[in-house]
Design a binder for this molecule. Structure first.
Ligand code: AMP
Length: 219
């Protein structure tokens, strides 16, 4: 095992993974690696990858394991990820979890956070969620940036994700239960899993996660 701080954040869509990872990345000085953000940027920029996956993202389906694994491997090879990373949206199923262990080799995952939220909270958050198409900043539909359509951080367009429409939300949540939730047992058995109550305020959730990170002497 090396000292590279690889932290996986699991939780349903709308649990707050993106919001928390952005904050933790700042506090811990390691990058937020979101496979969803990487794929959305490719769709926005109409790259060959983006054109290939656009339909899958809009429908709320999963992109194939090999392709996403390659993206993660490439991202981990970049200079800013050598000290560690916060993984958001990956792994999504057992095949990806196995591949991730191969990709990481000796580095290994140091901690897996499960952000637990009620179904009511998730449905409410997802329908209110708006995102900046440029930098991925997350807003609520009542925020001034969401109303004006302009991101306060980068000036990009603030929009509703196509997969935050009701039908795609249902599909994504069903996929989570079927494919991703079983990973909780997998990581629990490895002694890596810690549950955090995601129904608290944003600040409280960040503080709770940072406590765990310090307890485990990862910061
Ligand atoms: P997210 O932002 O994590 O909700 O991801 C948005 C969409 O990107 C998902 O609904 C999938 O279509 C795709 N995606 C993100 N991460 C993965 C992954 N690990 N495996 C397969 N598809 C993914």
């Amino acid at each position: 095992m090396t000292n590279r701080v690889i932290i996986v954040v699991l939780g349903k869509q709308g649990a707050g993974k993106g919001t928390q990872c952005k904050r933790l990345a700042q506090s811990l000085g390691i990058p937020h690696v979101s496979t969803g953000d990487i794929l959305r940027a490719a769709v926005r920029d109409k790259t060959p990858l983006g054109l290939e996956v656009e339909g899958i993202l809009t429908a709320g389906g999963l992109v194939n394991d090999e392709l996403v694994g390659r993206l993660v491997k490439e991202r981990f090879a970049e200079a800013d990820a050598q000290g560690g990373a916060l993984l958001d949206g990956y792994p999504r199923n057992q095949a990806q979890a196995t591949l991730l262990e191969e990709i990481l080799g000796d580095d290994g995952i140091k901690l897996v956070i499960n952000l637990e939220v009620s179904s009511e909270m998730v449905a409410e958050r997802l329908s209110a969620r708006r995102v900046c198409q440029e930098c991925g900043a997350i807003y609520r539909d009542t925020d001034i940036e969401a109303i004006s359509g302009t991101c306060e951080k980068c000036g990009g367009d603030v929009v509703q994700r196509p997969d935050d429409q009701p039908e795609a939300i249902l599909r994504r949540l069903a996929t989570y239960e079927l494919d991703t939730a079983p990973l909780l047992n997998f990581y629990e058995a490895r002694g890596l899993l810690v549950a955090v109550d995601g129904n608290q305020t944003t600040d409280e959730v960040t503080a709770a996660i940072l406590n765990v990170v310090r307890e485990r002497q990862l910061a």
